[in-house]
Ligand binder design. Sequence first.
Ligand SMILES: NC(=O)c1ccc[n+]([C@@H]2O[C@H](COP(=O)([O-])OP(=O)(O)OC[C@H]3O[C@@H](n4cnc5c(N)ncnc54)[C@H](OP(=O)(O)O)[C@@H]3O)[C@@H](O)[C@H]2O)c1
Length: 374
Amino acid sequence: MSASSALWLSAKGAAFSLGDAPTTAPGPGMIAVRNRAIAVNPVDRMLPAIGDLITPWLRYPAILGSDVAGEVVAVGAGVTRFRVGDRVLGHAVGIEKDRNDPAEGAFQTVSLLLEHMASPIPDGLAFEQAAVLPLGLSTAACGLFQPDFLALQPPQADPPAQGETVVVWGGSTSVGANAIQLAVAAGYEVVTTASPRNFDYVLGLGAACAFDYRSRTAVRDITAHLRGRRLAGVLAIGAGAIRAGIDIAGASQGRRFVAVATPPAAFDRVKPGPGRILQLVPAVFGMLTANVALALRARTAGVTTKMIWGGSLLGNAVGPMIYADFLPSALAEGRFRAAPPALVVGEGLGAIPAALDRLGQGVSAQKVVVALPA
Ligand SMILES: NC(=O)c1ccc[n+]([C@@H]2O[C@H](COP(=O)([O-])OP(=O)(O)OC[C@H]3O[C@@H](n4cnc5c(N)ncnc54)[C@H](OP(=O)(O)O)[C@@H]3O)[C@@H](O)[C@H]2O)c1
């Protein structure tokens, strides 16, 4: 393996900086991947400012990032699914509590991936497009399939109709695009929300119908659609999604469970550096009051809510179920799309901070990606 470089976060609240990365051989059950494309996620923007709240265990210097696609350059002991030279995508889990290892972060030229959190990329799927999948896919899978969330039946090639409906609030997000496809692949009807300009997009991913999340009648309209149907649960993505999900589940027959991807308060305005505490206090207060109000609303409606952690599948059966059993053939056979479309904003690790700024400006049914040419 040749020398590797990385985009380091040297300390809590520091700015990103480019530097060398040690060449680490993959351990048992791991592969080393020379990254050819990296996608960025909202959490990558939040960690420099509020990493002490989200990932208090994180050791510095750290290498952030979750979404990679590239070529296998080394395999560890016991690896059977991959060989050197294979094209793969994978969820880099370096910030996870049980890993906490910069060598397993995405923002570097060579990342170590767990074999069971990686999938081959079929011919014809570009690295840049493959890189859109991992964290969105993992988060959706955690909410839909983990036993302590919606506990849906597993996705498969020819699923039997389950006779139940999943509500994906926020279907045009990266998480939502994956959730729609996974729930459909598991045999469920999917009702979703998006801006009207993205209705065709979410219907194309398999949703049965779409509603505008900004409409004042969205909750009522979805509840009306669910009348006579059996709810399998709600996946709540986007601002306001938890409250909407509670109201929908509380008015429906079936599983009154809301799996939550988006926390009830935004921390976007909190920036690292001086003044952080002053920005943090109202955000934390907003989170606490929103949590209390939503807990009361859920209790009154007889609804259970639970926050998803998109990396939790790495330690349970859902990780291999998605990355080893389902995704490889589903992608190769065109049963699952790498969605949303990639928005490639630059080349090289040095382009990642600007990519994070671009994500902060907002995207619509797109994933911000940085290419790493060979
Ligand atoms: N808990 C976890 O482990 C975890 C992991 C990953 C992501 N997340 C969270 O999940 C959310 C989605 O992340 P992402 O990367 O998938 O986002 P994203 O793709 O960047 O989100 C962009 C999309 O958000 C939609 N949107 C904006 N406001 C919305 C609202 N109020 N309700 C529903 N949809 C709305 C927009 O839809 P239109 O363009 O159609 O208007 C747009 O397409 C974020 O809050 C993120 O922090 C959580």
